[in-house]
Design a binder for this molecule. Sequence first.
Ligand SMILES: *Cc1c(COP(=O)(O)O)cnc(C)c1O
Length: 423
Amino acid sequence: MHTYHTPLDLVRDRSPERPVALARPDAVATAARWFQDKFKGDVFYAVKANPSPWVIETLAANGVNSFDVASVPEIELVSQFAPGARMAFMHPVKSRRAISQAYFDHGVRTFSFDTHDELAKILDATGGAKDLNLMVRLAVQAEGAAYSLSGKFGVDAHDAPALLLAARRATQELMGVSFHVGSQCMRPTAFQAAMSQASRALVRAGVFADVVDVGGGFPSIYPGMVPPDMADYLDSIDRGFAEMMVHETTELWCEPGRALVAEASSILTKVELKKGDALYLNDGSYGSLFDAAHTKWPFPVKLFRGADGQACEVEGPLKPFRFYGPTCDSLDHMPGPFWLPEDVREGDYVEIGMLGAYGVAMNTRFNGFGDAETVEVSDAPMASMFGLAGRTIRLPREQQEEDRKVVRLSRPKGRAGKSRRRR
Ligand SMILES: *Cc1c(COP(=O)(O)O)cnc(C)c1O
């Protein structure tokens, strides 16, 4: 990977024609060390958030040597870039062939499921293996997540006890519970609440769990979505764990995706045309901007201009813009608002920040676009949960108004902390 100190150095050096993904391995390293240090258990990285080889390598080099995978290609990727790493196959619905390959070819021992049928499938496809770690995925009432992840997977409270009992009987090794409170969870107490739901299911089943896997959902910072301190999330998990019926040796696991990588990538795009308040860029919803288009997240931006070796970052009075991507699909639209200097013009470069999670990972080649190269940079991300940059994104007052609207959208009904119990 070519290395530049800053995106501006890249613009100055060679005014790139195609979009460029900017990789910040230091940001991954810092987040990885933070979780390794502070989380009182095992940290599995959820590969789907960003499967770039440099991400896998940086995590492994910084102590995160366990990976949550959901497909055979993800397993092969981890085997290649973090040889010897431990993997957990946490997709609750898998093909028989994927289960066999994971077990026999890659040494995967941990599998999750949310039905009796899937449990039977796992036992069958591993030849009745006796050394499986079996993780029951529970549906939990998630409060405060920007993205719900319990609509599709998870056994409900009514059916959970029988499935927990079946799992307990099916293995001599670890039996655990897992859940996902939803991605970009804005409320630390959601973890404690989910753990108390898990605890109730275990008590009703009359079994102890060997593993409590609190999943992902740890947030990053986006305009309008500045979460509480990451330490508050771990405190909530500590409280939840202390209240659970578990034994001395019960392990705590987590599966962060977003939090480990969100800060670590941005994309440098070129303005191909300005039409009123619309900027036509060379990257869009089929490239790295899926969330900007489909969930209308207003990612933070910076503007660079590369005129005749006089490259500079452009500042000045800001105006709200929206973006169109390069494809001919009218869905390729990112409403923003993105606050940029009002004199932004064709040929300028817009850096769109905080795209390390579910951004660069979503790239397609639709319509002949999306072929971005990756270069490494070492400047700070636009915002940081881990002290690499400020915890807010500087915005004009009008944007702060918009921010409040976004927060309202992403905030569920119900009072914060109502599930908190004191012992
Ligand atoms: C996507 C996913 C994660 C990661 O979620 P984040 O919100 O990115 O932390 C963790 N576990 C499972 C099972 C997932 O599907």
